[in-house]
Design a protein around this ligand. Structure first.
Ligand code: ADP
Ligand code: MG
Ligand code: ZN
Length: 742
């Protein structure tokens, strides 16, 4: 009973799989009225018993390409999939489609207990199971092999097939063993599917799976609704805050490489009034999934994450993806930016780039084996070239994935919207191509550029390339320039990279023709990010000396208001806030909120007269204000703040918050005071009312409102007397500051 029955297969072929029948099945099982993209030809190919290779972008509908044939063909389809966590979802989804038949799909992995395993066996043997999902490591287990050998297998599907290649972004060594295991279990047609495949990865997959002659179905990887932009990594945090504020309320993801940066940035965004949460693999499972849920439920607008976030997440309306750090590969970049605009709507992809980051990433690879290092380095080089290029980003990206994009101006990338001046590169192109020939088409981009510029190094020396006639012929231009010409020669197909020997430059036929009869070719220079200060310094507060004259006026106004409102002056604005105003000269309430200790509430309640006064002053004195957008800094960098704010929002008892963060109660109160003093409102009433008498609360509250000369705790304790603990006074003071002052 093993192996595919050819009889059944031919029967189906004989039925002449007309589209009509397929549509009926599509409707019956999945309820869809039409196929997406290349699904139909793919499915026909699978049903015809042929090997099939599918390349479709994320969200393209790959699963259906094997699910539908599996349901239609006799026997069981074996689906190899790398993510145990997602397997259950996939199986549940299929079961959902096929009524009353839980046996129709199963998974086989290490998470099953004995009884569950027995049920799987039983269903398999009965022949009711149409899809069996296996992790590659389960597939190679002896027990499972002998089980699989007894099955009638309709076909094998290898999902996320790029895991086979070291050149992909998610290499899994076990994937390499799939082909030998299949041969052992019993051959049947094979369908491999992936969303990321450069020509190199594609070749690796086909070679490793023994399907070099297979029909390849490739949809376009162009995501028309995505806008791509690279920005120099200068004042990055400020730029990000500015961007998010200008795009009020839109949902987005910000990727950072380190966990520390994730926490810092999330906190900075919060302090600046943006609803943001962190997400990274170092967080405990509960808060991680809580933050993820709050993002999905649109409770927060922005998630700041390491790349641990996003796999398997299908939020359709992510409007921007920001890379705080450049990704390690263009595959990664494409995947991560791809999470924007899945619904076909707007999706802005903005990356902050500094060459220093590339060097930093290169350093990280030093712990790897030499061959892995080489791979990582090449991937990084491609990424840097993409970032620095002034060619259409879309064209570069698609070219990287082996796809032609001929439209002159995509209208949706920074390079197309703000093109660099073009020049005729005929002469330079000639030089480049001649140099590639001179080194016998045996070298990579870097080396060729070194030869042209005449850079003498050990490799050049060992090949005697300094003796070549072309050596140093382009010394009047720098490496940066020649790299740009080489890249454009590649993108325009005068040169190509050999796939098997990664990166060796060869002339294409077009290149050879060009050398015989050169013609004008328009080119551009790369962007130059080299003199960027790699400083993310947020504008700090209270450093510079403020305007003393204005300070005096502001204090007068404060005194005046305090009388009118019958409030202590310090409740209106504390001195550091006034000082900051004399430096920033805010003239709108929005700007005022950027001053130290001024939150939304304070600005609304007390701010109007202050900005009016400052505006007058600025106009009269013709003062040049710091024009730029001002960002609030985090007073005291502590990753706990975000957590504290969230927990209080959720009315968690302070004891629990303190315990969760390993703080003593008085340390927690200090943290909370810092938060409140920097202008964030916190509502502690739920907690205070639970632990204190109403009368005590009122007494302390009234003391601060009517008597206190400043917020001093000591004075309050003296005044209130021994009935009150320090903790109680502090708690009510926080409540007071939040309600009255903020
Ligand atoms: P991929 O694996 O390529 O990223 P999926 O297989 O997860 O994509 O499918 C992406 C989404 O498209 C899913 O929500 C799926 O239900 C939907 N989908 C697939 N095929 C069709 C179709 N023919 N019509 C409508 N929706 C489809
Ligand atoms: Mg998929
Ligand atoms: Zn473009």
């Amino acid at each position: 009973m093993k192996k595919t029955s050819n009889l059944d297969r031919t029967k189906i072929q004989k039925m002449e799989m007309t589209s009509q029948i397929l549509y009926k099945q599509l409707k019956k099982y999945f309820g869809f009225n039409a196929f997406k993209g290349l699904q139909e030809p793919v499915i026909k190919n699978v049903l015809a018993g042929k090997d099939t290779f599918v390349l479709m972008p994320t969200g393209g509908g790959k699963s259906l390409c094997y699910q539908l044939p599996a349901l239609m063909l006799p026997g069981t389809a074996i689906v190899v999939s790398p993510l145990i966590a997602l397997m259950k979802n996939q199986v549940d989804a299929i079961r959902g489609f096929v009524d009353n038949n839980d046996g129709v799909a199963h998974f086989l992995n290490s998470s099953l207990n004995k009884q569950q395993l027995m049920e799987v066996h039983e269903h398999l043997m009965k022949g009711v199971t149409k899809l069996l999902y296996v992790a590659p490591e389960s597939m190679t287990k002896e027990d499972n092999i002998s089980l699989l050998k007894r099955l009638k297998i309709s076909f094998y599907a290898v999902d996320e097939a790029h895991c086979i290649s070291e050149w992909g972004h998610d290499f899994r060594p076990e994937y390499r063993r799939i082909r030998p295991i299949i041969s052992e279990i019993g051959n049947a047609p094979l369908i491999a599917l992936t969303a990321t495949a450069t020509p190199k990865v594609q070749h690796d997959i086909q070679k490793t799976l023994g399907m070099l002659d297979t029909a390849v179905f490739k949809s376009s990887f162009n995501r028309e609704n995505l806008y791509y932009e690279i920005r120099p990594k200068v004042n990055t945090e400020k730029e990000i805050i500015k961007y998010i504020k200008n795009n009020g309320g839109k949902t987005g993801i910000i990727y950072c490489l380190s966990r520390k940066k994730v926490e810092e940035l999330a906190e900075l965004l919060q302090v600046n009034g943006i609803k943001a949460l962190p997400y990274h693999a170092g967080m405990d499972v509960a808060s991680r999934s809580n933050n993820q849920d709050r993002f999905l439920m649109e409770d927060v607008d922005v998630i700041v994450a390491t790349i641990a976030f996003g796999m398997g997440i299908d939020k359709p309306d992510v409007r921007f993806v920001i890379h705080y750090d450049i990704p390690k590969s263009l595959e990664g970049y494409y995947q991560e930016t791809g999470r924007a605009g899945r619904d076909g709507g707007e999706g802005q992809c903005i990356t902050f780039y500094s060459y220093k980051d590339i060097q930093r990433l290169e350093k990280f690879t030093q712990s790897k084996s030499p061959s892995e290092q080489e791979i990582s380095k090449q991937l990084l080089t491609e990424t840097a070239a993409y970032a620095e290029s002034s060619v259409c980003r879309r064209r570069l990206l698609l070219n990287y994935f082996g796809e032609e994009y001929d439209i002159q101006n995509c209208q949706a990338c920074d390079n197309c919207l703000h093109p660099k001046k073009e020049f005729d590169g005929q002469e330079y192109l000639t030089q480049v191509l001649e140099t590639v020939l001179a080194v016998k088409e045996q070298f990579q981009v870097d080396h060729v550029a070194n030869v042209i510029t005449g850079l003498f190094n050990s490799t050049i020396k060992s090949y005697n390339h300094h003796e070549l006639e072309v050596f140093g012929e382009g010394a009047d231009k720098n490496l940066h320039f020649w790299n740009a010409i080489l890249r454009q020669a590649l993108v325009q197909h005068f040169l190509e990279k050999e796939i098997e020997n990664y990166g060796l430059l060869k002339l294409t036929q077009k290149g050879r023709d060009f050398l015989k009869a050169p013609y004008p070719v328009m080119m551009t220079e790369d962007h130059d990010y080299s003199d960027n200060e790699d400083s993310d310094d947020v504008v700090m507060h209270g450093k510079a000396n403020g305007d003393e004259e204005l300070m005096a006026m502001l204090k007068d106004l404060r005194r005046d208001m305090s009388k009118r409102l019958n409030l202590q002056p310090w409740i209106i604005f504390q001195d550091p806030s006034l000082e900051d105003m004399t430096i920033q000269y805010p003239i709108t309430l929005d700007e005022l909120k950027n001053c130290q200790g001024v939150g939304e509430g304070k600005a609304q309640k007390f701010g109007k007269e202050f900005v009016k006064l400052i505006k007058q002053y600025v106009e009269e004195k013709d003062i040049e204000r710091p024009q730029d957008f001002i960002v609030k800094s985090i007073v005291n960098k502590s990753g706990a703040k975000v957590f504290i704010i969230q927990s209080i929002d959720r009315k968690m008892p302070l004891e629990d918050i303190a315990e969760a963060k390993g703080l003593k109660m008085d340390e927690l109160l200090t943290e909370i005071e810092v938060i409140v003093n920097s202008g964030t409102k916190l509502n502690l009433t739920y907690y205070i009312s639970a632990i204190m008498d109403e009368e005590k609360i009122t007494n302390i509250y009234d003391y601060f409102k009517d008597e206190a000369e400043d917020e001093s705790l000591k004075m309050a304790m003296d005044e209130l007397g021994a009935d009150y603990t320090e903790e109680e006074v502090r708690l009510v003071r926080i409540k007071f500051m939040s309600e009255i002052a903020n």
